[in-house]
Design a protein around this ligand. Sequence first.
Ligand SMILES: [Zn+2]
Length: 94
Amino acid sequence: MNAAHQQQHRKRIPIRTCVVCRTKEGKRALFRIVRTEDGVQVDPTGKMNGRGAYLCGDPDCWERAAATDILSKALRTTLTADDRARLRQARPSP
Ligand SMILES: [Zn+2]
């Protein structure tokens, strides 16, 4: 088995898109945000039930997600003040 042959067998990583900047990344490089009965939450496991959207690691995207309706449209919900505060708290550091 040569190197070229092995490369074709790399695992496929699911690609997701940041809803704010539209950057495409492997699922693990993005943060999943999920709409639950208790509001919009950051889903660290990626396994929570509910409609999900993805944000990249750029703090600007988190700020825009908290300040605008981009995320609420993606999740088809309305962000409450608590939801927005939670997003700002979970915002990754640069
Ligand atoms: Zn982004």
